[in-house]
Design a protein around this ligand. Structure first.
Ligand SMILES: [Fe+2]
Ligand SMILES: [Fe+2]
Length: 291
């Protein structure tokens, strides 16, 4: 067992966001980058709800009280993230961009492929335990990326320079900061319940493949259904956005994969809890929740 959860207590902040003043293209004049980041709102409502459902099954298997507390805090935060991103989908729909055809596809992925009965098949007890371990490995791999992206977004001045909507930036940075805050929990839980190195490698390969595909499809979906008809998503615009630092660079994302595959990897070395907490102390939504 290797539990290195930090001494910091993780708990959900009951935030609320008012979307009335947020334009459809919340990065002005840059619909493609807006929609590339908007893919988070397509994936996270179903994805983070699924994390919580899987973790509910893992809770009784945890015999370390500190890790159990951290997992409970993590579940509270992820449930709140899921709700906050879902509220953006309602706002997009009110502006004429209904994402339901895509989110139905994402819901099916989490419910049917990654649910308790993959493809509707009931699992015998032994296989159910292995399937739980496989899903914990997938969540740990996803949480590696949420920590990397969270660390990027809390320090992404190019988005401020581009005039990005402050409410959307606060949502992304509040979420990113909490991802950095709880970045060790999913990995520690996976190590506690399974710890298999090869399961970790396999999950990372699966997550990179599926996430990349969903991201490309999601961006194309938004561009195709955008009521202002900004044109098709193009690789050229994507590369330009990365060069302008409105998105994380390809190099920084690619380099994060071999880091995760190191045998001595631990998420505590990704990002800084102090920097995350400093953002949360300044975040308008988090401050309102604390008040
Ligand atoms: Fe999250
Ligand atoms: Fe997370």
């Amino acid at each position: 067992m290797s539990t290195r959860s930090e001494t910091h207590t993780i708990r959900a902040r009951r935030v609320r966001f008012e979307w009335d003043g947020t334009p459809l293209h919340w990065i002005p004049g840059d619909p493609q980058t807006t929609h590339t980041i908007n893919v988070l709102h397509l994936l996270l409502p179903a994805g983070e709800k699924w994390f919580v459902e899987v973790y509910r099954q893992a809770l009784p298997l945890i015999d370390d009280p500190r890790l159990r507390d951290a997992v409970r805090g993590f579940m509270g935060q992820e449930a709140m993230h899921s709700r906050a991103h879902a509220s953006v989908l309602d706002h997009l729909a009110a502006q004429g961009l209904d994402a339901t055809p895509y989110t139905k596809h994402v819901d099916r992925l989490f419910e049917h492929l990654l649910g308790d009965r993959p493809m509707g098949l009931p699992l015998p007890r032994f296989a159910a335990r292995r399937w739980l371990e496989a899903r914990l490995a997938i969540i740990a791999a996803i949480e590696h990326f949420t920590a990397v992206l969270g660390n990027w977004v809390i320090d992404s001045p190019a988005l401020d320079d581009a005039g990005a909507d402050p409410v959307m930036l606060d949502l992304l940075r509040w979420h990113g900061a909490e991802e950095v805050e709880h970045r060790s929990v999913a990995f520690d839980l996976f190590q506690h319940i399974s710890g298999s190195y090869w399961r970790r490698v396999l999950a990372m390969v699966q997550v990179v493949t599926v996430l990349s595909m969903l991201w490309v499809q999601g961006t194309r979906f938004f561009m195709r259904h955008d009521p202002t008809h900004p044109g098709k998503a193009t690789w050229l615009r994507f590369i330009r956005a990365r060069r302008r630092r409105r998105l994380p660079t390809t190099r920084s994302m690619a380099r994060s994969v071999p880091r995760y595959l190191r045998r001595d990897y631990h998420p505590s070395r990704e990002g800084s809890t102090e920097q995350a907490l400093a953002y949360l102390a300044a975040s308008p939504a988090a401050r309102a929740a604390a008040a």
